[in-house]
Design a protein around this ligand. Sequence first.
Ligand code: SAM
Ligand code: SF4
Ligand code: SF4
Length: 363
Amino acid sequence: MNNARIIPIARMVRTTLPPGRDLAAPPEGELVDRRGRRVRDLRISVTDRCNFRCVYCMPKEVFDDDYAFLPRKQLLSFEEIVRVAKIFVDQGVEKIRITGGEPLLRRHLENLIEQLARLPVEITLTTNGSLLAKKAQALKDAGLDRVTVSLDGMDDVVFKRMNDVDFPVGDVLAGIAAAAAVGLAPVKINCAVKRGTNDDQILPLARHFRHSGHILRFIEYMDVGSSNGWRMDEVLPSAEILARIHAEFPLEAIDANYPGEVAERWRYRDGGGEIGVISSVTQAFCSSCTRIRLSTEGQLYTCLFAQSGHDLRALLRQGAGDEALRREIAAVWRDRDDRYSEIRTAATVMPAAKKVEMSYIGG
Ligand code: SAM
Ligand code: SF4
Ligand code: SF4
């Protein structure tokens, strides 16, 4: 590809939210952190286990037969999760995402979704899609609104190399089709791009999902956790991802759906649908970060790169009342000052041993 095509689209990539889309000043009395950000999205990890061993997330050499996953009694129960979620919703959370590990491995997950769906929030789930064909209908019936499926390649050989458990791409595609058929739509497809490993899959994925009604998004490979051996030169900047697609299918930018949306939205000029890029490394979006994460064992993390959490499970199991929990959650959010991706440089990348794993905290 010649550079002449890369440069114009690289310039089109936004470095800030589009005009009029910046975070509005919060109403007085609303819960804001030290950088004026509101809490809007709660991500709940329901298991630290997974049936895949994606090379960038749970490399086999680390997550092997001897790896100490959390014992069952350390996991938050559904009752505990729902209690915490309700308090978050009272504090302004509008969207709950269920994640993991692989969330569909958690037994009776539909029961949790059914209870969460009674709250006035959108409920979504991120999954590797391996069990989706079987579970899509039950998830929909339980009240799940939408689903995001991770898919790191179209080619079976590359996909199997990425998941490292020989899982065929056809079964994930069947899961995506099942989700769309039961109305868990629009289905979002997330591809984490690792330069030199699966970046040759960008165009095949784009070709496959054009005109499908699904929204394909590419995520820059991040330095989460301490086991994936992350290197900056394995990050393919989203400007380059866009340039590659743009060279075959011309693109144009579209506005964010809401302030603080993580994915930058684009559409094919010929009406082939929408795609997105999540530039977690090259264009940090910390200034509009409204996310908080509840780990499988009830630790609250205010940043994907936080070095430690806040122990809500201890409070829950000591018999704390809702008001005490509310005060703790509010105090954690008010004290939040995180902006890891904004200040990350090759020199500041955190020492590996200090970071929490993506499969533990959820994406
Ligand atoms: N197992 C589910 C799945 O794969 O969708 C949910 C959990 S997984 C941790 C959530 C998302 O994080 C996936 O889309 C995955 O590709 C992404 N992810 C994991 N490690 C990553 C990394 N180092 N950089 C970028 N994305 C990553
Ligand atoms: Fe499992 Fe998701 Fe991590 Fe892959 S990205 S190993 S599917 S938790
Ligand atoms: Fe939010 Fe932390 Fe990611 Fe910045 S680095 S966007 S503060 S989770």
